[in-house]
Every structure is written in structure tokens, then in C-alpha cells.
Design a protein around this ligand. Structure first.
Ligand code: PGA
Length: 223
């Protein structure tokens, strides 16, 4: 049986609603994927409603995720996006990305609270770990190993080292799925997903480009 693969696009703070709709209207109908491959797109919050409508209307094989969510529930938390309010739009949420840890002082404790909020509202948390020893909150069954120095630099980790880290995480937390992220492209994607303990990819820059993203999905489908 082929292993389950996750291909997750992290658009970060990019794309207007019009650009996001254009992306999904071109990528959506061109995705020829096997059942074992799941495609998740994580746009900015302001694109979620429109993208959700577009995906539902055309039944594209794409799930929506957010790039973060609030560590709190609904209420007096100005500027926050509560899981309870997002749950009708998303099935996933990236949590604890290194850019949030660095630029927004996000701590392991906040990551744990966000994971709890996600789980309470049936959103799958995709926790980013920057190395094998980063704590993974209880109840997570999918993480992305993303070494900070590999993000947006054009210098990915080696598939062998990513495999080693994935195996270490898996030995600590049974039944966890480990994705790799950091400078993934259509040229190197296959070398990562071929590794026995890597279950997919978290893709930043290369996911913004429709053709490049389609190529990544197509190449992953050959494994
Ligand atoms: P990158 O980003 O693919 O642009 O390196 C990955 C990420 O930050 O999730």
C-alpha cells in the first residue's frame, strides 16, 4: 500500500483575494491525484471565505488550512482568530511556525494552547518543529520538521538528515506523521518523500507559483 502523503502550501503573508482565487481556479482543475495524496492550502485569513466557496463550488481536491490560530477561545481577544470561528472554513492549521516563534515571540506554551484549541474544534494541528527535540504537544499526529536555516534560503536540508530527524521524532512519538519543509521545489521534492519516515512536504515560496506547485504534486505522484 502506498503511504499517505500530505502536500501543504504555506502562502505566508502573500496573495490578494483575486490572486488566491486565480491560483485555486488554475491549480484545482489540474490536480490529478491519487487517493493517498492530500493537498492542503494555507492562505491568509482574509482569503479563507472566498477560497472555501470556490473549492466547494467546483469540488476541487484541496483542503483549506490556516497558518495560525488563537491560543484563546472566542471573546475579548482583539486581533485573534479563534478556532471556534475558523472551524467552518478550515480542517487544518499550521501551528508554531518558526517565523511566528521568532517574530511574534510564540512560546512552546502558546503552541500547546493553540493545539488544544484546534483539537477542541476538530481542526488538525500541523505543528512545526525546528529540530528533533522541540516539544510536540499531546494529541498531535502530524508535525513538520523545518530547520530554520533551510526556510526561504534555497538551501534545503539533505533528504538523509531530514529522514534521520523524522525517525528520531517518530521514535519519541509513536504514530506521528512527519513532513519536511524548507526550500522544497519541484526538483528536490521526490528525494524527500522517498524517505521512509517522511510523509509529505510543507512548502512556502514554491507553492505560490501555480505551475511550480502543480509540478511538485505531479512529481510526488510518481513515487
Ligand atoms: P520555504 O518555506 O519553502 O519558502 O522555504 C517553508 C515554510 O516556511 O513553511
Amino acid at each position: 500500500m502506498q503511504k499517505e502523503l500530505w502536500i501543504v502550501a504555506n502562502w505566508k503573508s502573500n496573495k490578494t483575494i483575486i490572486e488566491a482565487l486565480e491560483w485555486v481556479s488554475i491549480v484545482g482543475p489540474n490536480l490529478q491525484i491519487r487517493e493517498n495524496i492530500k493537498i492542503v492550502v494555507c492562505p491568509t485569513f482574509n482569503c479563507l471565505t472566498e477560497l472555501n466557496k470556490e473549492i466547494q463550488t467546483h469540488n476541487y481536491p484541496v483542503a483549506l488550512g490556516s497558518q495560525d490560530l488563537s491560543p484563546f477561545g472566542i471573546g475579548a481577544f482583539t486581533g485573534e482568530e479563534a478556532a471556534e470561528l475558523l472551524k467552518d472554513l478550515i480542517g487544518f492549521s499550521i501551528i508554531g511556525h518558526s517565523e511566528r516563534r521568532t517574530n511574534f515571540s510564540e512560546t512552546d506554551d502558546m503552541v500547546t494552547k493553540k493545539v488544544q484549541q484546534a483539537k477542541e474544534h476538530e481542526i488538525i494541528p500541523l505543528v512545526c518543529v525546528q529540530g528533533p527535540d522541540v516539544p510536540v504537544p499531546e494529541g498531535c499526529n502530524i508535525v513538520a520538521y523545518e530547520p530554520v536555516w533551510a526556510i526561504g534560503t534555497g538551501t534545503p536540508d539533505t533528504p538523509e538528515n531530514a529522514q534521520k530527524v523524522a525517525a528520531e521524532v517518530k521514535s519519541r512519538i509513536p504514530n506521528i506523521n512527519v513532513l519536511y519543509g524548507g526550500s522544497v521545489t519541484s526538483e528536490n521534492c521526490v528525494s524527500f518523500i522517498k524517505q521512509p519516515d517522511i510523509s509529505g512536504l510543507l512548502i512556502g515560496k514554491a507553492s505560490l507559483d501555480m505551475e511550480e506547485f502543480l509540478k511538485i504534486v505531479e512529481n510526488c505522484g510518481t513515487v
